[in-house]
Design a protein around this ligand. Structure first.
Ligand SMILES: [Zn+2]
Length: 261
């Protein structure tokens, strides 16, 4: 959307994706006729998401899930649960602040070793990017966060698999659930198998950021993490893919705040 090569990364309350141009939305809008939520519930879910800082124009209902900002995915049942929690909080007078976001990061039972399973169909180029992304996150100092790749799907927290859509998202991922588990999947669009290795590494590092609870630095002002910069153009969590050039100081600080040692 905004940047040079035009490749764009997006996210949903649980899935996040990388994209080329923004508005793939028009295409997805056709899916609104599916037997998804009744209008009222949809309105309520939209209100909740807008309250969380998401731009209403970038919320797309797609059958049993919602895709936000192009690459963040959340299921309708999960979203309904969040709306119910949100309404209960409003009623009880619990302040709606950044603290709420802490509810949906990865719990201590999982965050020292988040286990990724790579589907056999994932080509070598992406496998290399996945290994690099795990190394990137593991190299952040001053945090309890840890990740690894496992070969047994049953023992994994997050499955990485290939998808295809003639669209502008490069990859997309689920955010952690209200059960404090890491986002359940990362889907890679095979349309971008020939993207540069450096951009693929950026893309997967970005998606793994979604699986541990990060939203887009440049888009979700409502969930700003206190103490981190309000603008950070080279942040890995911006929604436009860049060649990988390391985490910014803001990325590192945010990680240390969400996952202190
Ligand atoms: Zn994203």
């Amino acid at each position: 959307m905004k940047h040079s090569n035009g490749l764009h990364i997006s996210a949903a309350i649980c899935i996040v994706a990388l994209t080329t141009l923004f508005f793939s939305c028009s295409k997805n809008d056709k899916d609104l006729k599916d037997p998804s939520p009744v209008p009222n519930a949809k309105e309520e879910m939209t209100n909740y998401l807008v309250n969380q800082g998401f731009d209403q124009q970038h919320i797309v209902f797609d059958k049993d899930r919602v895709v936000i900002e192009g690459d963040i995915v959340i299921t309708i049942p999960e979203l309904k649960k969040r709306v119910a929690d949100w309404k209960a909080e409003q009623k009880s007078g619990v302040p709606q602040t950044e603290q709420r976001r802490g509810t949906y990061i990865v719990g201590n039972a999982y965050n020292t070793n988040i286990k990724f399973y790579i589907d056999p169909a994932v080509p070598t180029v992406w496998r290399t990017a996945i290994e690099g992304a795990v190394n990137n996150w593991n190299a952040v100092n001053g945090t309890r966060l840890g990740m690894s790749i496992v070969t047994n799907q049953a023992s994994a927290n997050t499955r990485v698999f290939m998808g295809y859509e003639n669209s502008n998202w490069i990859a997309r991922a689920y955010l952690p659930g209200s059960d404090s588990k890491p986002g359940v999947t990362v889907e890679i669009n095979s349309k971008y198998n020939t993207l540069s290795a450096s951009q693929q590494l950026f893309a997967i590092t970005h998606e793994f950021g979604h699986t541990i609870g990060f939203h887009h630095t440049n888009q979700t002002t409502g969930t700003l993490i206190p103490g981190t910069p309000t603008t950070d153009p080279n942040s890995v969590m911006n929604s436009t893919v860049l060649p990988w050039n390391g985490f910014t100081a803001g990325d590192i600080k945010a990680t240390q705040i969400l996952y202190p040692q």
